[in-house]
Design a protein around this ligand. Sequence first.
Ligand code: TMP
Ligand code: MG
Length: 289
Amino acid sequence: MISELSNPSVCMRDPQRVQEILQCMLKAGSNTLQVISDFDMTLTRFAFNGKRCPTCHNILDNSKLISQECKGKLKDLLNTYYPIEIDSSRSIAEKLPLMVEWWTKAHELLVQQKIRKDLLATVVRESDAKLREGYQLFFSHLHQHSIPLLIFSAGIGDILEEVIHQAGVFHPNVKVFSNYMDFDQAGVLRAFKGELIHIYNKREGALLNTGHFQELRARPNVLLLGDSLGDLTMADGVHDMENVLKIGFLIDKVEERKQSYLDSYDIVLVKDETLDVANAVLLYLTGNK
Ligand code: TMP
Ligand code: MG
């Protein structure tokens, strides 16, 4: 049906079920579809030429806006908490307070750095941020078919928006839920706004934004893209959901995590740095137009 589903990177626990969901969604029509995607390591690449690509936080952490001393502390946090984030031997309940700890400590350090809003665009331009191969088609196809795309990220909204703006794909159908910076009158970072979004509370974040999902209530079919098990709850605010197709990217610690990903995502893309499968699904759901 979709030849890309035979790509070597594609793993499915129940291919028949995937076909059924796709057929239901095709029948319902693309005017009933919405896309909800994570950002870091889902819309962006994990690595390029053997080198890790930065998350929103890393873009700032590695920049000239952060002192050497602070860079060291942020790196220590990453080295402590990232292995916990991807540790398949610990439950989400066990990891959750540790993730809150990571985000809280990282944000406190960033706030101490007196980061200037007017320098964020330069920092993003000078960074190694990389959207996945096929991103132009992904964003332009959704835009062309007026399919809403929600980017739901535990990263930093201001940085994320700058990345997609500089890539020329921040079209009007794109909406972002994320952690936004709060600047003082002089344009210096003083805090982060609102409730913290971390990797395991996207459900709560979704439920806080009922207005968005209310507006999209005529679109009960969802294509969800993520790279963490925490991303599975991003669609929990969707009204009267009819079908959801979940695509998960798995690049790091593949063997340890593969079974849990297969159990939760309909399609698991192993070591795939492209958006080819998501694009093929979208093309199929829009009648290949
Ligand atoms: P996402 O929801 O867009 O994927 O963003 C969350 C990612 O951000 C998650 O994989 C961990 C990463 N992260 C950092 O790289 N550095 C940090 O300081 C923090 C708090 C998170
Ligand atoms: Mg992610």
